[in-house]
Design a protein around this ligand. Sequence first.
Ligand code: PEP
Length: 262
Amino acid sequence: MAQRSRQRMAAGNWKMNTDYAEGRDLILQIIDGLQPTDVQVVLAPPFIQLRNADNLTRGVSNLNIAAQNCHQETHGAYTGEVSAAMVRSTGARYVILGHSERREYFGEDDELLSKKVQAALEQQLCPIFCCGEKLEEREADNHRATVEAQLEQGLFAAVPSEQWPQVTIAYEPVWAIGTGKTATPAQAQDMHSFIRSLVKKAYGEELAEQTTRLDGGSVKPANAADLFQQEDVDGGLVGGASLKAGDFIAIVKALEASLSEA
Ligand code: PEP
């Protein structure tokens, strides 16, 4: 297998979990357990913890902070919202956009997401853009068309070639998120290779080869190694298992081990 030039990444999406003290403890445990690594490790705590998370992790190589969302406008009368500039001012470097929970519970569609992607890039925040089909879409064999539409309308429409290197894609079949069901390594590989072909069509081969693609949906220590061995899977976006330092570190280690096997 040819050596990959793509950045490998393990990102933990904490969702609406951990209060301030619990978040601090989790970060300290993760820092404590991490060895220097070539894997990019990203932690996405709730908004209120971003600044402290950045302070705690500053100076730890390859450990960065992400927000779980941002608003598409820069400022204004949007009670309860947080702009990309505000996120950036905390020191966070990434923002997760288009997570299926945002799509499902907050009505975020690809037109809105394309604005959020632009807002993030304007603030030098790197989007981790999520896509993935629902169970009924997979059962109807519409999973490819669903993901293609999400990427074209939510992401490609918003990102010019020169900004593309800032983008990470996370493929997370909705039926696998928080359910304990995981896409098989073959299903994951099939979709990540399809996504690579879409990026190639939109941005050319060189940029497609450089684009980091994460797999998500019940990634855990027990299945991480098999997923990360797939040629087109460059890491994981991890929900539940990222809330336990030991599990998350085991996933980072599985990713690291896959580097030496590539
Ligand atoms: C997620 O929230 O992005 C996710 C994949 O969750 P889980 O790992 O819990 O399925």
